[in-house]
Design a protein around this ligand. Structure first.
Ligand SMILES: Cc1cc2nc3c(=O)[nH]c(=O)nc-3n(C[C@H](O)[C@H](O)[C@H](O)COP(=O)(O)OP(=O)(O)OC[C@H]3O[C@@H](n4cnc5c(N)ncnc54)[C@H](O)[C@@H]3O)c2cc1C
Length: 475
């Protein structure tokens, strides 16, 4: 028995289901209208300038103010807050700092007990901050359900359960009938429900909520103000924008997959596009037909995986599978649309839930993921420690950005903490080669991952060699 995905092309009906969808992240489209904050005009000064108004930059701004309310914090966002990955993601909110326990063990085995504990504390802080700040972002502590679609994946779930047990997670392992009773899909052969440190949120509302809280704490926010250059003047760093500049004692770069202001980041980060569809709200009858009463975030176990979840008004967000890297790693608005990928996503959606035949998609969009070869955030400093960065979350940053922001600030302020002493914080991923080799290596790796999925998960020579070198590709 192989993968459930049809080898035939998507049908006309499947393609028609997303034909009228608006090309815009659903979460940003349904936000109440708001006036962007003014652009940066003319010269300005700040103790701390943060570049990037996604979750990393917003958490950093909030924490910098909480550390020292007198600190003058200025945040520059090229577009509007949440415009990047933070407003485009699935809203899966997981505590792991290492993109899962298995990946953590492969790379930071000696530090895993600490990394799991720090991840747990960060998750608790994430929930507590949202409650304390009164951010209405649809946080639901639903847990995370991994589903097996092929027999070898059922074995993986068993191994996954052992790891969850070892690290003290609360979980339930489902056989075929039990997982189908949980969520009604004829493709499921097993499931593993991890109930520890796993939730879903509305990421658009979270980003706006964090921005409002930052403004309330005195952070100065300039939107539509892209930083174009850093200039070191010995004492501080000038951050230039088209309309002005900020002279700052310290600068935190939180620019994720976007073209970086430091060349060093480019070696380690490959912008990889991930795509998602959002359905219309399900009718009560359709909603009943899929079960899913406990509303978990769901992901399948293949290398090329789908992730899906319910919204507060019972739509289904359905994303993943294709992770698209393009030559040179461009990040541009026109890449938000990719008809071939959406057709495949729609086909897989209706294969997973045939009872939802006829449902339409209202939104389709893509977003760039800051993929690095170790699949977790990494850090660095430049300009004699006056500039720091936290990037590389590789598709799992909704919660980890809060930790990344904290560590970025500690590095800038020269504060030694339990986290800053870790190899996890001090080391860098293995760099990707420059183009044209970069595209070649990534396409080959994607091709081999696809082959492994079609071959009972067995990893061939190329993937095993990468595993040995600590190199990988994920989204
Ligand atoms: C489609 C998709 C689905 C995902 N699903 C999940 C998920 O379900 N769960 C999960 O944990 N993670 C998920 N992720 C990853 C997660 O969204 C990111 O890890 C996280 O949002 C990263 O936050 P960030 O602030 O570091 O980056 P971003 O949110 O990308 O923010 C960077 C910001 O910097 C701005 N910027 C860039 N350059 C400049 C400049 N020069 N000057 C000023 N501003 C600049 C950009 O406009 C952008 O707003 C997903 C990502 C994508 C794309």
């Amino acid at each position: 028995m192989g993968s459930p995905w049809p080898s035939s092309p998507p049908t006309g009906a499947q393609t028609a289901a997303f034909a009228d969808a608006v090309v815009k992240p659903y979460w940003l489209d349904v936000l109440p209208p708001r006036e962007p904050r003014p652009r940066l005009e003319g010269p300005s000064e700040a103790d701390l300038c943060i570049v990037g108004g996604g979750f990393t930059g917003l958490w950093a701004a909030l924490h910098a103010k909480a550390d020292d309310p007198a600190r003058d914090v200025l945040l520059l966002e090229a577009e509007t807050v949440g415009f990047g990955a933070s407003g485009r993601n699935g809203g899966f909110s997981l505590g792991s700092l290492t993109h899962g326990i298995e990946n953590g063990l492969a790379r930071f085995a000696d530090e895993m007990p600490q990394l799991e504990r720090l991840g747990h504390e960060n998750f608790e802080g994430f929930v507590a901050d949202i409650e304390r700040l009164g951010i209405d972002c649809g946080l639901e502590l639903t847990g995370d359900l991994a589903v097996a679609l092929e027999p070898h994946e059922v074995a993986w779930l068993g191994e996954g359960a052992e790891l969850l047990e070892r690290y003290g997670h609360d979980y339930e392992l489902f056989d075929r009938d039990a997982v189908r009773a949980e969520v009604a899909s004829p493709t499921y052969l097993g499931g593993l429900w991890d109930k520890t440190d796993a939730a879903v949120v509305d990421p658009g509302r979270l980003a706006i909520g964090l921005a409002d809280a930052a403004l309330a704490s005195g952070v100065r926010l300039h939107e539509r103000s892209p930083a174009t250059k850093l200039e070191d003047d010995g004492v501080g760093v000038r951050v230039l924008t088209p309309g002005g500049h900020v002279r700052a004692r310290r600068v935190l770069l939180a620019t994720s997959a976007y073209p970086p202001l430091l060349r060093a980041i480019r070696r380690y980060v490959a912008p990889v596009y991930d795509y998602a569809l959002m359905t219309e709200p399900l009718s009560p009858e359709r909603r009943r037909s899929i079960g899913w009463k406990r509303r978990q975030g769901i992901g399948d176990c293949a290398n090329q995986f789908h992730y899906y979840r319910l919204t507060e008004d019972d739509r289904i967000l359905w994303g993943g599978y294709d992770a698209v890297y393009r030559y040179g790693g461009p990040v541009r608005p026109d890449l938000d649309d990719d008809l071939e990928t959406f057709a495949k996503l729609a086909q897989h959606f209706f294969t997973t839930f045939p009872q939802l035949d006829g449902v339409g998609f209202t939104h389709r969009w893509g977003g760039a993921i800051d993929t690095c070869s170790r699949f977790s955030v990494f850090f660095g400093t430049a300009h004699g420690g006056k500039v720091a960065y936290a990037v590389g979350y590789t598709g799992l940053g909704v919660v980890a950005t809060r930790f990344g922001a904290r560590v970025g600030l500690d590095l800038l302020d020269g504060r030694e903490t339990e986290a800053t002493r870790l190899r996890y914080v001090r080391s860098k991923p293995v760099p990707f080669p420059p183009e044209p080799l970069r595209s070649g290596v990534i396409q080959l790796t994607r091709n081999r991952l696809d082959a492994a999925d079609r071959n009972a998960g067995r990893r061939g020579l190329w993937l095993r060699s990468l595993d040995r070198l600590g190199l990988g590709f994920d989204s």
